[in-house]
Design a protein around this ligand. Sequence first.
Ligand code: G3H
Ligand code: 13P
Ligand code: ZN
Length: 323
Amino acid sequence: GLSNTKELFAKAIAGGYAIPAYNFNNLEQLQAILQACVETKSPVILQVSSGARKYANATLLRNMAKGATEYVKELGYAIPIVLHLDHGDSFELCKDCIDNGFSSVMIDGSHLPYEENVALTKKVVEYAHKFDVSVEGELGVLAGVEDDVVAEHSSYTRPEEVEDFVKRTGVDSLAISIGTSHGAHKFKPEQCTRNAEGVLVPPPLKFDILEEIEKRIPGFPIVLHGSSSVPMEHVNTINQYGGKIDAAIGIPEDQLRKAAKSAVCKINIDSDGRLAMTAAVRKVLAEKPGEFDPRKYLGPARDVLKELYMHKNINVLGSAGKA
Ligand code: G3H
Ligand code: 13P
Ligand code: ZN
């Protein structure tokens, strides 16, 4: 069956790596994630956003994820799989997922006043823990787009709040804001410097804030959202084959590698998969204009996705070989 996050996070913190949390909305994404994680022997968190549930249908999506535990056995290695609600925005949504077999949920009250965030998160925890479902909360606001919520500016997590929040809510993990953001445009070019190769380098993450947080809640599982690296390779392919994505800048891999060694034990990646998939589809359709079998462009997209996830597990998060 599906696993919750408790044991996986404890091992990840002790081992200095992070568990990948990959979003999916469709069959090919799910196949790519599972194939990559089986091949690299990595535990995995399958993330479903409320937008994904609307798009793919909640019943279909959760049954696909439940089938994942059988599918990985067929692939030859039963990795631990968590089915997680990404950015739950209400008690009702979290409850619906808990009642329907999710092993983990996020309640994102980060946009609420502090006391309201505490109350809502606590309510979800009390319900979830009856069913051994783990809960992720959030303190601090990421800039960018989260479902329908757009935050113009980020506000970093306040270390002085984390201990009280964790104690009073009983959450199992805490998402924090230290300079990451959602989407493919995490920084403006004018915020960046150029390295020797002429590549734009964004300002580093706020590791001082992370350290301060770790001091206040030692060994407590920390989550990083908005952790796509926005590979130039895929952005360039998209632009080469008729797309137009300007000034796309992500989180450099060395920053994520450093974070994974700390109490950061879950790293969320969605946009990179979208870019890789779009690049592959555009390339096939441009090179083979007569192609109209979806398997002939979604299949290659699935292969490129799988490569991307394998790379992350092996070279960035360090989760390969940990299942
Ligand atoms: O945090 C947002 C995730 O990337 C999910 O995105 O709400 O468009 O499905 P979505
Ligand atoms: P990215 O947009 O950087 O992939 O972040 C995904 C995320 O945080 C999902 O919750
Ligand atoms: Zn997120």
